[in-house]
Design a protein around this ligand. Structure first.
Ligand SMILES: Cc1cc2nc3c(=O)[nH]c(=O)nc-3n(C[C@H](O)[C@H](O)[C@H](O)COP(=O)(O)O)c2cc1C
Ligand SMILES: O=C(O)C(=O)c1ccccc1
Length: 411
C-alpha cells in the first residue's frame, strides 16, 4: 500500500485532534467475535470486523441493533450506533414519528400488488427506499462499501456512496448493478474536489449529493471514550492518490455557500441533491441556486444535538419546496409506517442509515439486501392496512399531526 495514502488523518483542520488508530495486532478480538469464529458464516479478522455473508431472517430492523453487537467490534458498534452530544436528537428521530398519527381509510378496494416503484431523478427504484451515504464501512465488515453497494444493487435500489468511504468510488461503482449517487465532502484543495467530481462522473454515478450539515465524522461520547479507534489498515478510498497528503474527508471545507451547487453542476452536468436541511427557507434558497432535490436530514443525530427530528422538520420543508423538486427524508426510518408518514407529508423517498450497516455486519451483501427488502415488504403491508392504493394517494389527509411536531409546525 502506498504509504502516503495511509496518512489520511494528517489534516486536523476541524480541530478533531489526532484520531488514534487501532493496529490490527494490538486490537483484541472480542469475546463475541471469538465465539462467532466457531460459526462458519462469520470469520472475524484480527480486528474483528465481520466477514459474514448470508441472508437475514428479519423480525424488525430495531432488533438488528442487539444482534449486530455479537459480530462486530465494540468500536465499530459505538461509532455507528451513537450520535452527537446527549443523543437527544437521535432519540427524537424515533419519537417524533409518533406525532404523525395514521388515519387509515377502509373498504377502498386496495390490492396487495400495490406498485411501490418510483422514479427519482430519472432512475427507477423498486420501492421509495434507498441506502443513505455512510462512511467507514470497514469498521463493520471486511468487504466494506463494496458489499453494501452490491447488496443494495441486489435489492434493486439506489446506493448513495459516501465521500468518506473506505473503498474507492470506482470499486464501489463496479460493485452495484443498481442506480448510484456520489456524496461529496468538499475538499479544501479545489483540485481534489474537481478530481473527485470527475472521477464520480466517469464511474457512472448519476447524481452528486452535497452534504451541508457535517463538520467531521460522528463522534459519539462512547466512541470518544474508547479513544476513537479508527482502523489503521483502512484507507479512506476517495482520497486522490495523485495528490498525496491528507485524505479527502479530513481536509473538508466547511464554509461552503450556495455557489457550491452551481459549481458541481458546471463541473459534472449531473443533478445535485442537497442533504442535511431542516428548514423551509434553506430549501427555497437551494432550489433557487439550482438544487435538483432536497434531502431533509439531521445526519442521524450525529452532527449537532438539539435539532428537531427530520420527520418533524419535513412539513415546513415540503411546504416551501411545493413540488418543485423531489424531497428525500432520512434519520430514524425503521418501519413501513415511517415511510408512509414521510411520503404522506411530502417526501418522495426515504434513505436508511444504521440498519443497513447492521445488515452489512450480520450478513454482508446479502444482509444489506435483506434489510432493504424487509423494509420494502413492511411498506407493502403498511400500504394495505392504511388503505392507500398507490404511493401518489398518500397525502396529509392520512395523517393527524399531534404533540410537539404539531406545535412546531403551527404557523
Ligand atoms: C456510521 C455512519 C456514517 C455516516 N457517514 C455519512 C457520510 O459519510 N456522509 C453523509 O452525508 N452522511 C453520513 N451519515 C448520515 C447518513 O447519511 C444518514 O443521514 C443517517 O444515518 C440517517 O439516519 P439513520 O441512521 O437513523 O437511518 C452517516 C451515518 C452513519 C450512521
Ligand atoms: O460519521 C459520520 O456521520 C460521517 O459523516 C463520517 C465522516 C467521515 C468518516 C466516517 C463517517
Amino acid at each position: 500500500m502506498d504509504e502516503s495514502r495511509r496518512n489520511f488523518l494528517g489534516a486536523t483542520a476541524l480541530g478533531l485532534g489526532t484520531l488514534p488508530f487501532v493496529s490490527p495486532a494490538a486490537a483484541q478480538t472480542t469475546d463475541a467475535a471469538a465465539e462467532a469464529a466457531a460459526n462458519d458464516a462469520v470469520k472475524p479478522s484480527a480486528y474483528g470486523a465481520s466477514t459474514a455473508g448470508k441472508p437475514l431472517d428479519i423480525i424488525s430492523l430495531d432488533r438488528l441493533d442487539t444482534a449486530v453487537q455479537e459480530v462486530i467490534p465494540e468500536a465499530g458498534y459505538q461509532f455507528v450506533s451513537g450520535a452527537a452530544g446527549d443523543e437527544w436528537t437521535l432519540r427524537e428521530n424515533r419519537r417524533a414519528f409518533d406525532d404523525f398519527r395514521i388515519e387509515p381509510k377502509r373498504l377502498r378496494g386496495v390490492s396487495s400488488d400495490v406498485d411501490l416503484s418510483i422514479d427519482l431523478l430519472g432512475q427507477t427504484l423498486p420501492f421509495p427506499i434507498f441506502t443513505a451515504p455512510m462512511g467507514a464501512h470497514g469498521m463493520v465488515h471486511e468487504e466494506a462499501e463494496v458489499a453494501t453497494a452490491r447488496g443494495t444493487g441486489m435489492a434493486g435500489t439506489l446506493y448513495c456512496s459516501s465521500g468518506a468511504s473506505h473503498r474507492t468510488l470506482e470499486e464501489i461503482a463496479e460493485a452495484t448493478q443498481g442506480p448510484k449517487w456520489f456524496q461529496l465532502y468538499w475538499n479544501n484543495d479545489i483540485e481534489v474536489t474537481k478530481s473527485l467530481l470527475k472521477r464520480a462522473k466517469d464511474a457512472g454515478y448519476s447524481a452528486i449529493v452535497l452534504t451541508a450539515d457535517a463538520l467531521g465524522p460522528g463522534m459519539p461520547d462512547d466512541f470518544k471514550a474508547m479513544g476513537a479507534p479508527f482502523r489503521q489498515d483502512m484507507v479512506f478510498g476517495n482520497h486522490d492518490p495523485e495528490r498525496g497528503g491528507s485524505g479527502n474527508f479530513f481536509d473538508q471545507k466547511v464554509d461552503l455557500d450556495l455557489d457550491a451547487i452551481k459549481f458541481i453542476k458546471d463541473q459534472t452536468g449531473l443533478p445535485v441533491v442537497v442533504k442535511g436541511l431542516l428548514r423551509g427557507d434553506d430549501a427555497d434558497r437551494c432550489i433557487g441556486a439550482g438544487a435538483d432535490a432536497i434531502q431533509v436530514s439531521n445526519h442521524g443525530g450525529r452532527q449537532i444535538d438539539g435539532v428537531p427530528a427530520s420527520i418533524a422538520a419535513l412539513p415546513d420543508v415540503a411546504h416551501a419546496v411545493n413540488g418543485r423538486v423531489p424531497v428525500i427524508l432520512d434519520s430514524g426510518v425503521r418501519r413501513g409506517i415511517d415511510v408512509i408518514r414521510a411520503l404522506a407529508m411530502g417526501a418522495n423517498a426515504v434513505a436508511v442509515g444504521r440498519p443497513v450497516m447492521y445488515g452489512l455486519g450480520l450478513g454482508g451483501a446479502q444482509g444489506v439486501q435483506s434489510v432493504l427488502e424487509h423494509l420494502g415488504q413492511d411498506l407493502r403491508s403498511a400500504m394495505l392496512l392504511t388503505g392507500a392504493a398507490k404511493l401518489s394517494d398518500l397525502d396529509p389527509s392520512y395523517i393527524n399531526l399531534v404533540g410537539p411536531s404539531a406545535e412546531a409546525n403551527r404557523s
